[in-house]
Design a protein around this ligand. Structure first.
Ligand SMILES: [Zn+2]
Length: 199
């Protein structure tokens, strides 16, 4: 199966998330979604399968034919309205801070990053955009249960709720295909990851 991503729209053509080609084909095959071409026409599985692939299309091969990989699918039954605010989530904090430790400034893979409460929870710090930053494991350990002042550390910048809307990216961090562009303007903060709670 081709390793690319497919943008999923709800019935109102609002983007709700990005999925795998395999999942997209399964939704298409089950009739839960329709595939959309570059002219923004939608197709069910049979009519989509009958389309001829163009030269630069990714295709999957079945026993009898080559089927174009859709870049965009439209759900037929599921109507979720995108949120209007940037979701407060781990992924979006990493995105806001550009995968960069907000103390030492190192840009690192996500596996080597953590979230840090600027004012520690043990000192009454809350889990909010204004008090949580991206932090490398080393700085996280060094800072411990102290405030930056107490630990003699400095924030690169004051954390705040971002004004941008999240960009739809593939799991590899790649931004999409030209077929996605007509829809991404609508993407004010629809995002597929889990909201963090202030506990
Ligand atoms: Zn650091």
């Amino acid at each position: 199966m081709i390793n690319t991503s497919v943008l999923v729209l709800n019935r109102n053509f609002q983007p709700i998330h990005v999925t795998t080609v395999k999942r997209a084909f399964s939704l298409l095959y089950m009739g839960i979604a329709r595939a959309m071409d570059r002219q923004l026409s939608t197709f069910d599985f049979e009519s989509w399968s009958a389309l001829a692939a163009e030269v630069d299309d990714d295709v999957i091969h079945t026993a009898t034919r080559a089927i174009r990989v859709p870049r965009v699918i439209v759900l037929q039954f599921y109507e979720r309205i995108p949120r209007t605010k940037v979701r407060f989530s781990r992924l979006n904090i990493y995105a806001r801070d550009n995968n960069t430790c907000q103390y030492c400034g190192r840009h690192l893979p996500r596996a080597q990053l953590n979230l840090d409460h600027v004012v520690p929870r043990s000192q009454g710090g809350r889990t909010t955009w204004e008090n949580v930053v991206c932090c490398c494991l080393h700085c996280n350990l060094r800072k411990g249960a102290f405030t930056p002042d107490q630990a003699g550390m400095h924030l690169l910048r004051h954390p705040a709720r971002p004004r941008w809307t999240p960009v739809f990216r593939t799991p590899e961090g790649r931004v999409a295909y030209r077929e996605w562009l007509p829809f991404l303007g609508l993407a004010d903060a629809a995002y597929w990851n889990v909201e963090l709670l202030d506990d």
